[in-house]
Design a protein around this ligand. Structure first.
Ligand code: FAD
Length: 291
């Protein structure tokens, strides 16, 4: 089954996990996955260290997801430091395991580097290479930033690149976190007018901790904190972690409903290798029993 076919039938539900460090056991993450499977996600994606760190672990997890027989794994890949041969070796490995869904990314350029130090400068070039070489063997997802990628000078420029990335052969657009649903709606309308027609899977970062929200939005991604979220942070600024988390989950549930009301094609929860919050939100949004 392909995720693109699932998205034609229903709004997909999925989670993202990341590989544990090389010296840590896999079992805690496998337990988390077992709990996430209880809501029958359509897929689970596993992140990839930009410089290839934890690369082995990343494939181990994708394979464990596949072997569970519970859902489809999506394997993230980046171009950082990769030659064409490296990418082919990775794609061949995926196919040998039976993994045929990938999220093709440029990756964040490591500090002090000039460019990717690989054969591909942009994700679109890697997507085009994989598509040409492997035909339809892979479902290829690409990334998109509803509030503009931090390096792009303008929205117009970034959206033009999204269109080029789709035209290189991407099947699904998976988004960066975005707490500004109104801004997301404007972006969605614009990309559709620009000819980006592939399904859009929205990245949902649950609001669980004030410092994490501030760091994720302002620390690296250049994402906004809309007024209602700013108000929540102020109101619970000195509250206990537990009280903040409770209010944050209520906020996330309202946001998820707003996204659903936009008719998006999928909800992708950044589970941060924990099951509790994601499952609580799914339960509160009626997503636990959608099939
Ligand atoms: P690109 O599409 O190459 O875009 C990067 C920048 O270049 C943008 O500003 C774009 O406008 C510009 N650009 C694109 N094409 C051109 C062109 N032809 N000419 C000029 N400029 C161009 N990172 C990881 O390291 N590991 C992960 O597992 C990971 N998972 C992610 C999952 C999701 C859902 C998302 C949204 C992001 C993820 N990232 C991950 C982060 C991602 O790698 C970064 O956002 C990275 O900085 C850009 O990757 P990209 O694939 O969007 O790059």
């Amino acid at each position: 089954m392909k995720i693109t076919d699932i998205m034609k039938e229903r709004m997909s539900l999925s989670f993202e996990v990341f590989p544990p460090k090389a010296d840590k056991p896999l079992e805690p993450l496998l337990d988390v996955l077992d709990r996430l499977y209880t809501v029958e996600p359509d897929f689970v994606s596993c992140t990839y260290g930009a410089g290839g760190t934890n690369a082995g672990r990343h494939m181990e997890i994708c394979k464990a997801i596949l072997d569970s027989g519970k859902t489809i794994p999506i394997s993230h890949f980046t171009t950082i430091g990769k030659t064409r041969e490296d990418i082919r070796a990775q794609m061949d490995l995926c196919l040998s395991y039976g993994i045929n869904h990938i999220l093709a990314l440029r990756g964040d350029i490591p500090e002090g580097w000039e460019g990717t130090r690989g054969d591909f400068r942009h994700a679109s070039e890697m997507i085009s290479f994989i598509r040409k070489y492997y035909g339809d063997k892979f479902v290829i997802a690409m990334a998109g930033a509803p509030e503009k990628h931090i390096e792009a000078r303008t929205f117009a420029e970034d959206i033009a690149h999204l269109r080029m990335k789709q035209d290189s052969g991407a099947d699904i657009l998976m988004t960066q976190l975005c707490y500004d649903v109104e801004g997301f709606k404007r972006w969605l309308d614009t990309i559709r007018k620009t000819g980006v027609h592939i399904p859009v899977d929205v990245g949902i970062m649950p609001v669980l901790n004030k410092n994490s929200v501030i760091k994720m939005c302002l620390g690296t991604n250049g994402c906004s904190i809309p007024q209602p979220l700013a108000e929540l942070i102020s109101r619970y600024y000195n509250a206990s972690e537990e009280d903040f988390r409770k209010a944050g989950i209520e906020y996330t549930v309202r946001m998820v409903y707003e996204y659903m009301a936009l008719g998006i094609d999928g909800l992708h929860f950044y589970s941060l290798n924990k099951a509790d919050a994601a499952l609580e939100i799914c339960e509160a949004c009626g997503l636990s029993y959608r099939k």
